[in-house]
Design a protein around this ligand. Structure first.
Ligand SMILES: [Zn+2]
Length: 317
C-alpha cells in the first residue's frame, strides 16, 4: 500500500466509524460501513471503488492547506479547476499588484506602437526588472525595438486581463469552510438539510445560490483558525476561520455556514446589519461548551451535548 493510499484508508475508516456511531445512536438513519463524499453525499464502500476517493485539502494545498478528508475524484477535479483555482490565482494577483518580493507578473507593453509581452519580477531590494522573451514575442521586431529604445521613451504597460471569476473565488472560501466543518464535526452537522444550499453551490459554480456577503477577512491571528459556533439570538451559525498562505503573504478569512436554527440567508442579513449599525468591533458570543480538543467524531457524550444544545436553541427560537 502506498503512503497516499495509507492516508486515504485512515481517513476513510475514521469517518466511516463516525457515520456508524451516529447511526447506532439514532442521530441519523442510513446504511452502515460507508464513507459519504461531503460534496455529493454519494456513498463509497471502499477508497478505490468507481470514482475513487481522493485526498481533499482545506484550505487548498497551494495556499498552505493539508489533506484531512476525502472527496470523489470527480468532485475534487470539478472543485479544483472551477473553484479553488480562482482563489489561488486571485491571491497571487494581489501579491503581484503590490509588487511583493518573489512575485512574477505578466504584462503587455506598448513600445513605439508595437505590443510585446513581458514579465516583471521583484527582487529583495524592491527593484523591478522586466523581461521580454523571444519565445512570446516576434523576436526580430523585439530586437529592433529594443535597439531603438532610448531613455525617456514612453512605455505603456497593461496587465493581462485576469482569468479570475470573482464569484468562483468566493465559492472557494465557502468550500474551505464547509470541508473544515466536515473535518471537525464529521456527519453530525453537514447531513442536515440546511447544508444543501452549500453543496448545491459547490456543485454549480456557474449559478449564484449561496447568499452574498458570507465571507470576510478578519485581522485575527493565525492561532484562531478553526470552526466556531456563533450563538447570539438570530445570528446562530458556524464561523470557519482559516489562514491562506501564498508563499509571499498570509491572510485570514472567515466564512459563515448554516446551523439548523435559522436560515443562513437571515443570519447573514442580520449580521451585516449589526456590522453596519455597530461598527467593526461587535461582540459575538461563541458556543459556551466549546473547548479545545472536543471529540465530535468519536465521543458520544460530547456529540450529544452539542446536539442537545442545538435542539434547545431550535425550540426557543
Ligand atoms: Zn462527490
Amino acid at each position: 500500500m502506498s503512503k497516499g493510499e495509507d492516508k486515504r484508508q485512515i481517513i476513510f475508516d475514521k469517518y466511516k466509524t463516525n457515520l456508524n456511531l451516529l447511526i447506532d445512536n439514532g442521530f441519523i438513519k442510513g446504511c452502515k460501513d460507508f464513507y459519504l463524499c461531503p460534496i455529493c453525499l454519494r456513498p463509497h464502500q471502499d477508497i478505490n471503488a468507481d470514482d475513487p476517493l481522493t485526498l481533499e485539502d482545506a484550505p487548498p494545498k497551494s495556499l498552505g492547506g493539508t489533506a484531512n478528508t476525502l472527496t470523489c475524484k470527480s468532485c475534487n477535479n470539478t472543485a479544483g479547476h472551477k473553484i479553488d483555482f480562482h482563489l489561488t490565482e486571485r491571491l497571487r494577483e494581489i501579491d503581484s499588484a503590490k509588487f511583493i518580493h518573489g512575485t512574477e507578473t505578466i504584462v503587455k507593453v506598448n513600445i513605439n506602437g508595437e505590443t510585446f509581452q513581458g514579465k516583471i519580477t521583484v527582487a529583495e531590494d524592491g527593484t523591478m526588472t522586466m523581461f521580454h522573451s523571444n519565445k512570446n514575442n516576434h523576436s526580430e521586431k523585439l530586437e529592433k525595438t529594443m535597439q531603438q529604445l532610448k531613455g525617456g521613451n514612453i512605455v505603456d504597460m497593461n496587465f493581462l486581463k485576469s482569468r479570475v471569476i470573482p464569484e468562483n473565488l468566493e465559492y472557494a472560501l465557502l468550500k474551505t469552510g464547509y470541508i473544515m466543518t466536515f473535518e471537525k464535526f464529521g456527519y453530525s452537522l453537514v447531513l442536515d438539510n440546511c447544508f444543501d444550499i452549500v453543496r448545491e453551490q459547490l456543485k454549480k459554480p456557474e449559478e449564484r445560490i449561496y447568499p452574498d456577503n458570507f465571507w470576510f477577512s478578519p485581522p485575527y491571528p493565525k492561532t484562531m483558525q478553526g470552526v466556531y459556533f456563533l450563538c447570539d439570538k438570530g445570528l446562530e451559525c458556524l464561523i470557519a476561520l482559516f489562514n491562506l498562505d501564498t508563499g509571499n503573504t498570509e491572510r485570514m478569512f472567515g466564512t459563515l455556514l448554516p446551523l439548523p436554527i435559522n436560515p443562513i440567508s437571515d443570519v447573514i442579513t442580520n449580521l451585516n446589519t449589526k456590522f453596519k449599525n455597530e461598527g467593526s468591533e461587535i461582540a459575538l458570543t461563541l458556543y459556551p461548551l466549546e473547548q479545545d480538543n472536543m471529540k465530535y467524531l468519536d465521543n458520544i457524550d460530547e456529540l450529544k451535548a452539542m446536539t442537545d444544545w442545538l435542539d434547545k436553541r431550535k425550540n426557543h427560537r
